[in-house]
Each structure stands twice: as C-alpha cells, then as structure tokens.
Ligand binder design. Structure first.
Ligand code: ATP
Length: 276
C-alpha cells in the first residue's frame, strides 16, 4: 500500500541540531509548526496557526531536511509526499489517495504532511491544456487542506500541518500559494556556515595522519566554496573520500579535500578531468 512509503515516525532520527546554520528558518518553523503541534491550546481563536507553510529557495539548501527535523522536534508523524506517491494514472485514484492521506494524518495527529517539490504536484492552475484529472486532484487537495483548518476548535485543536517545499515558487498554482500562507526562505549558506559544515564533515570522516580539524584549512575550504549549497559541500567531502579511496588511503588527505572544491558551484556536479 502506498501509505507505507509516505508515513514515517522520523521523530527519533533527525532534529534541528543535525542541521547546520539556517537559524532564522528554524526559529520560524518552531513558531509556525512545532509549537502549534506541541501546545495546540495556545494556538486557537485569534492565535490560529498558519494552515500551510512553504519552504522555498535554491536546490540542496536543506528544505527537505528541515521538514523532517520539524517532525523530529515534536515527535509527530511525518507524511513524506511527492508527485510519485500521490499521483496515479488510474482515474479517480489520486483523489482517493489524497483523501486517505489526510484521513491518516488526522488519525495519527499530531502530524506533518510534507509536500516535496509542490510546484510539480500543483503547478499553475488553468494552464492551457491542463488535464481534467489534474484539476480534480487539485480540487480534492484544496478541500482536504481547508478541511484541516475548519476542523480545528478550542476543544479539538488542529493538529495537522501542511508543509511544502519548492525551488520554483513562482510556478506554484495561485490557489495553492494562498493556502501556504507562511513562506520561509531557505538560502545558500554563507562563509561561516560553510565552515561549520566542513568542520562537521571532517570531524565525522577523520583526517589522514591523525590530524584533528585544522581551523585554517576550514577557512580555506569555506572561502573556496562561495555559492555552494549544503548538498554541494557534502558532495565535495564525498568526492575527497573517493579520491582518497583510489589512493588506498584510509582517511581523508588535506590535499584531496582542497582539490575536491574545484567543482561547478550550484551545479552539484564535481568537475571531471582526464586525470580522473
Ligand atoms: P531540493 O530542493 O533539491 O529537494 P533541498 O533544499 O530539499 O533540495 P535537502 O534534500 O534537504 O535539500 O538537502 C540535501 C542534502 O544536503 C542533505 O541530505 C544534507 O546532507 C545536505 N544539507 C543541505 N543543507 C544542509 C544543512 N544546512 N545542514 C546539514 N546538511 C545539509
């Protein structure tokens, strides 16, 4: 059953401490999603919580990670959904999946329904040639999201939050954007955060020669990776590990780590040379 793929109690596996930087995004998520799920009695009446939150920003900056950590922060059930899990080629099936998803989210509340790459799932409405099935799917999704809000009351507060992520928020259906009232920008890491990311990776992989984390080396790496995302930084470290493995080194060598920063920023692909 498809729901096995989307439901997870990720609570124990990841929380905000596992994410480097993004402090303002974490603070906003605490306010908009974590606290309303932990202390629902505070978020009623005029303090009604946001019905939907949109995380937007460049690829690889930690949007999915943040969403998973939100569930980890408050022990809620996490429903990880994408186009692949919600859209079916069979007539009427996608609407049924959406209904079932929200039924389960309410049943297993507090819960977070995460819609990854929401612009692919709910693109611009009314676009020419839009399929009837896609319109029915969107309508059902909107009905279900609205149902969460109207379902909340003082005695039985709303314990389901819709969290969505997008690299292209401008491609998002207008009606969906309206439902994702709170928007949180997740940007590229600055030099200080990149340094913290490299330090974390180096600490976990260890350096050749038993050296600890060299602060000056971390500065150099952060300086050389302007415009890199968290995912790019991770890729640099993996690339260095692979190069060391080819040289049969057990731990990472400084030279390989610096060399691995020679990749296209933002592209997410390590540069390949003939020597490689
Ligand atoms: P996309 O928009 O392409 O789906 P995303 O913004 O959702 O990307 P994630 O999938 O959350 O990005 O992050 C990709 C990987 O990059 C993570 O698995 C993690 O290893 C690393 N990463 C990105 N940002 C951070 C961060 N701030 N702290 C720690 N790791 C990070």
């Amino acid at each position: 059953m498809i729901m096995n793929d989307v439901v997870s109690k990720t609570a124990q596996s990841i929380d905000f401490n596992d994410i480097v930087g993004l402090n303002s995004a974490k603070a906003l998520l605490n306010e908009t999603v974590v606290w309303p799920l932990i202390l629902p009695q505070l978020f009623t009446g005029i303090r009604e919580p946001w019905r939907g939150v949109l995380l937007f920003g460049p690829p690889g900056t930690g949007k999915t990670l943040l969403a998973k950590a939100v569930a980890g922060q408050n022990g809620s059930t996490f429903f990880n959904c994408s186009t692949a899990t919600l859209v079916s080629k069979f007539r009427g099936e996608s609407e049924k999946i959406v209904r079932c998803l929200f039924f389960l989210a309410k049943h297993h509340s507090p819960s977070v329904v995460f819609l990854d790459e929401v612009d692919a799932l709910v693109g611009t409405r009314g676009a020419e040639g839009e399929h009837e099935a896609s319109r029915r799917f969107k309508t059902e999704l909107f009905v279900q999201i609205d149902g969460i809000v109207t379902g909340g009351s003082k005695e039985e507060p709303c314990l389901v939050t819709v969290l969505a992520a997008s690299n292209n928020p401008w491609d998002l259906d207008e009606a969906m954007r309206r439902r994702l009232e709170k928007r949180i920008f997740v940007g590229l890491p600055d030099e200080t955060v990149r340094k913290q990311m490299f330090t974390k990776h180096v600490e976990s992989m260890g350096m050749a020669g038993g050296e600890g984390v060299d602060d000056r080396l971390m500065d150099i790496l952060a300086d050389r990776t302007e415009g890199y995302s968290g995912a790019d930084v991770e890729l640099v470290c993996r690339e260095a590990k692979m190069k060391c493995m080819r040289r049969l080194l057990e731990k990472v060598d400084v030279e390989e780590l610096v060399d691995a920063t020679e990749m296209e920023s933002g592209g997410g692909e390590a540069s390949v040379t003939d020597e490689d």
